[in-house]
Design a protein around this ligand. Structure first.
Ligand code: ZN
Length: 232
């Protein structure tokens, strides 16, 4: 069994849940985040406090959680014209993908994560990609991740694995997973301290967390939380 993992950690609901998942399984866990010229840097600014709070919630997590790596991938902003990196309204495009799609973003993230993991002696790469509440991002598909895993191991002569614990969960099940991993305390941390809104709004604290309440990311998060709460 692998004992170390590197988690793609953006400061959002999904990646925070993935980090708790990794901390419950691996003896050493490091985190990686990317600055790629996002319109809104709120997610990234929340990361240090989230890491501190996770350490404070659980002595085992405190022991296991190691270095955080923040890398500059501003080249993504330079080559893409997406509603996440430029001041464009969120809309569907003619090809059926939302214009929040940054082409190849998750492929590039995972590739850079693999390169860092190689140097750090880490063999499991953890990401919050999810196919269930499909946002139309083809680089979040399980097939995309399995193909990338094969390419990484061929290209680096390595035996890494890509773990995507949220791949087949809907948003309500992601909240339930958080509760299983860290109880009400973790659910509350994710609710109040993570950020998902595409528009970068914190605003008032809704029952599902902060955000504008109307962009696709807020709508998905709100519906998921309501479904989760209805199960109680
Ligand atoms: Zn929003």
């Amino acid at each position: 069994m692998s004992s170390s993992a590197l988690v793609l950690f953006s400061g959002g609901q999904d990646s925070t849940t993935c980090l708790a998942w990794a901390l419950s399984r691996y003896e050493r866990v490091e985190t990686i985040g990317f600055d790629y010229g996002q319109r809104h840097l709120i997610e990234l600014s929340l990361r240090p406090q989230l890491l501190a709070s996770l350490r404070a919630q659980n002595p085992l997590w405190q022991e296991r959680l190691g270095d955080d790596h923040m890398l500059d991938l501003s080249l993504l902003g330079a080559i893409s014209d997406s509603a996440l990196t430029s001041d464009t309204a969120i809309a569907m495009q003619a090809n059926g993908l939302p214009n929040t799609f940054v082409p190849g973003r998750n492929l590039l993230f995972m590739m850079v994560t693999a390169a860092l993991a190689y140097r750090r002696g880490i063999t499991v790469l953890v990401g919050g990609m999810c196919e269930t509440d499909f946002s139309g991002y083809p680089d979040c598909r399980d097939d995309s991740m399995r193909a990338l895993e094969a390419a990484i191991n061929l290209g680096m002569a390595s035996s890494m694995s890509i773990a995507t614990p949220l791949m087949w969960l809907n948003k309500a099940q992601t909240w339930t997973l958080a509760e299983e991993l860290g109880g009400k305390e973790l659910v509350e941390l994710i609710r109040t301290d993570t950020h998902t809104c595409y528009l970068g709004e914190r605003g008032v604290l809704h029952d599902w967390g902060h955000g504008c309440g109307s962009c696709p990311a807020c709508a998905l998060r709100a519906r998921g939380y309501q479904d989760y709460a209805a199960l109680k």
